[in-house]
Design a protein around this ligand. Structure first.
Ligand SMILES: *Cc1c(COP(=O)(O)O)cnc(C)c1O
Length: 385
């Protein structure tokens, strides 16, 4: 059964109850293997790497939410990306958005590189420039929109249309938006990947990755790779994700309204030089984002003017926690150039605009006045007298 509204599907989508007992939550099937009733007589499961009922419930859920043919759950976002990129062969090249997640860059730059699978950083923000980067060896494009830390927006449909004209596979990392705010398959993507560690989990208590594919052919290939490479999500972590996803809608509504208020507040702040948030009408990506997503999402980055010391800023925050990651109910802050994006070489960071003064915020669902007060206090304390 599929539901008209994603709000309902978040709670009842996929396989949401236990057929046998009527339990309203899918149990944690903490088992590695399954009894066979005779040679070749399986009851649907044989070994938990290949398939586990708790993981399967999660996989069915994310497939329904993204509107795909099948979903796959992995031990991390990078494990999901590794499986998806394993569709490529030696000699192939993938184009990547210029602000991709640092770990995605490192995976291609230092691991897939060993297998002669290459990448080119492409300005997917500008579809014409993206098209010029398509050489004969290019077989796929990996897009993030918004891509952090500058929250750059790619017109997913425009890029997917061009990519398909050239026979490329279109992969979108939808971590920052989730299917609640943006559904890339409906915009033309072939595969969606997630670091479910972030908003889908939502409570900073599980590391997980998901992939959703559009076609049966891709589903068969990813199922084979998932089982062959083995980076699967454990039953308990699958349960945690299902539990997190149930409240995704209410959490995100609050996250987004807090983020919009914080972005406006920072934009009007005399100590702030620039704010990057696609939910602001003045933002470069505002119009395109508005066409393809429900709103501007939650992630904000900003720079303080000269005369403010960012070390003191970070150390003066009392509520907002300095940490890697994002997407939890608590507000987090990070310094992209030394943390999340440190694996990108300095010259490339400079080129794409990830300056040492850039601050990234993942706005939580606390009371917004407490969040603003914390920001204002830390900004005031960081002024160099
Ligand atoms: C965190 C993140 C990843 C990597 O996911 P892990 O779960 O940490 O492996 C990939 N893409 C984006 C956009 C992320 O934020």
């Amino acid at each position: 059964m599929s539901y008209k509204s994603i709000d309902t599907a978040l709670i009842h989508g996929g396989i949401s109850t236990d057929e046998r007992t009527g339990a309203v939550n899918v149990p944690i099937y903490q088992t590695s293997t399954f009894k066979q009733d005779g040679l070749g007589k399986m009851r649907g499961y044989e070994y938990s790497r290949t398939g586990n009922p708790t993981r399967e419930a999660l996989e069915a859920l994310i497939a329904e939410l993204e509107g795909g043919e099948a979903g796959f759950a992995f031990a991390s976002g990078l494990a999901a990306e590794t499986a998806v990129l394993s569709l490529l062969h030696s000699g192939d090249r993938v184009l990547i958005s210029s602000n991709v997640y640092g770990g995605t860059f490192r995976l291609l730059d230092q691991v897939f590189d060993h297998f002669n699978i290459n990448y080119t950083i492409s300005d997917t923000e500008d579809p014409a420039s993206f098209e010029r980067d398509i050489t004969d060896d290019v077989k796929a494009v990996l897009i993030e929109s918004p891509a952090n830390p500058l929250m750059t927006i790619t017109d997913i449909k425009a890029v997917a249309d061009i990519a398909h004209k050239h026979g490329l596979l279109v992969i979108v990392d939808n971590t920052f938006m989730t299917p609640y705010l943006q559904r890339p398959l409906s915009l033309g993507a072939d595969i969606v990947v997630h670091s479910a560690t972030k908003y889908l989990g939502g409570h900073s208590d599980v590391v997980a990755g998901l992939a959703v594919v559009k076609t049966r052919e891709l589903a068969d290939k990813i199922a084979f790779i998932q089982n062959s490479t083995g980076g699967v999500l454990a039953p308990f972590d699958s349960f945690l994700l299902i539990r997190g996803i149930k409240t995704l809608g209410v959490r995100l509504d609050r996250h987004v309204s807090n983020a919009l208020t914080a972005a406006k507040h920072l934009k009007d702040h005399p100590a702030v030089r620039s704010v990057h948030y696609p939910g602001l009408e003045t933002d470069k990506g505002y119009e395109v984002n508005k066409r393809q997503a429900k709103n501007g999402g939650v992630m904000i980055s900003f720079e303080l003017k000269d005369g403010y010391d960012i070390n003191t800023f970070f150390e003066s925050l009392e509520l907002i926690t300095l940490a890697e990651s994002l997407g939890g109910v608590e507000s987090l802050v990070c310094h992209p150039s030394s943390m999340t994006h440190a694996s990108i070489p300095e010259d490339i960071r400079k080129k794409v605009g990830i300056t040492d003064g850039l601050i990234r915020l993942s706005i939580g669902i606390e009371d917004i006045s407490d969040i603003l007060e914390d920001l204002d206090r830390a900004i005031a304390a960081s002024e160099v007298k």
